[in-house]
Design a binder for this molecule. Structure first.
Ligand code: ACO
Length: 327
């Protein structure tokens, strides 16, 4: 059996840095509140002329360069995002054209929040074949464009970014040893944005009341579920692969907030040096968070050839997903 896994990785973060202090110009908050509750110190904000597609393209081109592939060599394209370029068609259509890829199947995996990228990798892994050798997966969010800048409960948490991976088969890939994912739709109401769909269509009156930006987030419940599910799905993946956590070199969880990350580490009984954290620099970047963290971990020399790396994520849905990779 041929190995299936990463042939290349890429990431992009916008240049503009927004600090916690700057948030206090917009809402009643403080660096102290944000730091103690979330560990976030700063986040990146896309330039006004940038849209989701621009971020996605940069991360995609970086992953293709890393894989030593041209856009014409991609056989399928998946974009995971909750902040698409337009409502329809999907961001993948725009990206296929922007990259100059062939007329390959391209589609979005939308609405699964921060779990989207790992879900998309899981789908891509199952679809790599002789016919579809290289599948480009992008996780991208431009959350700061669509969120409510007056809601202090949510606005300080997020940032913009994009990450990407080329999934392929062969001896040179970093092999995905196992994957696991799940959904609990009974809890969809604890983290959702319902205005704009058929339940509550977008109207002028709703827009004037700012409802189209009202992200419902029951913070404490989300927190508990995020910790429980990311720890649980990590254990499932390790069991599937027959691997002991002691043999894992690094765990890269979705960077929701520092307290969630530390609680996942505690639930897994993981030494803190094996937990990768960059949430202080970028905030929560949704489906971009895991691929951006993965690229940074590699750049910082935290991942060596032969290392086992566990990726785990959780998001709206509720969805969760995890992958074990051998580099
Ligand atoms: N600045 C100052 N005060 C604030 C802010 C802010 N930015 N945001 C909320 N508050 C206030 C609230 O209004 C509330 O005030 P009140 O008690 O007078 O009503 C109070 O702070 C709430 O404080 P705590 O109860 O101490 O808040 P908590 O410890 O629950 O922390 C937080 C809140 C950070 C949202 C936490 O619940 C959390 O991390 N939840 C997970 C949410 C998350 O990560 N969401 C991201 C999307 S989902 C995902 O990626 C998994």
């Amino acid at each position: 059996m041929k190995k299936i896994g990463f042939l290349g990785l890429g990431a992009y973060v916008p240049e503009r840095i927004m600090t916690n202090e700057e948030w206090s110009q917009y809402v009643e908050t403080s660096d102290e509140w944000i730091t103690t509750r979330t560990g976030i110190k700063e986040r990146r904000i896309a330039a006004p002329e940038q849209s989701t597609l621009d971020l996605a393209e940069k991360a995609a081109r970086a992953a293709l360069l890393d894989a030593n592939l041209t856009p014409q060599e991609i056989d399928e394209l998946i974009v995971a995002t909750d902040t698409p370029e337009v409502y329809a068609p999907d961001t993948a259509s725009y990206l296929q054209h922007r990259l100059g890829a062939r007329n390959i199947p391209s589609y979005d995996l939308a609405g699964s929040g921060c779990a989207g990228f790992l879900q998309a990798l899981d789908v891509a892994r199952s679809r790599v074949s002789d016919e579809r050798k290289n599948i480009l997966v992008v996780g991208v969010e431009l959350l700061t464009r669509l969120m409510n800048w007056k809601d202090r409960n949510t606005c300080v948490l997020f940032g913009d970014a994009a990450g990407s991976a080329v999934m392929s088969s062969g001896d040179e890939v970093s092999e995905i040893l196992a994957s696991a994912a799940g959904t609990d739709g009974s809890q969809s109401e604890i983290l959702c944005l319902e205005v704009g769909g058929t339940r509550k269509p977008f109207t002028l009156e709703r827009a004037q009341r700012g409802e189209h930006q009202n992200l419902v987030m029951k913070g404490r419940e989300v927190y508990k579920e995020a910790v429980h599910r990311m720890a649980q799905v990590s254990q499932q993946v390790l069991a599937k692969a027959g691997v002991n956590l002691d043999d894992v070199a690094l765990v890269i969880p979705h960077q929701a907030n520092l307290r969630i990350l530390e609680a996942v580490g505690e639930a897994l009984n993981l030494p803190s040096k094996k937990l990768f954290i960059n949430v202080h620099k970028f905030g929560n970047t949704g489906s971009a968070s895991v691929p951006v963290a993965l690229c940074q971990a590699r750049e910082q020399g935290r991942i060596k050839k032969g290392d086992l790396v566990l990726l785990t994520s959780f998001g709206a849905g509720l969805h969760w997903a995890s992958l074990l990779v051998k580099f």
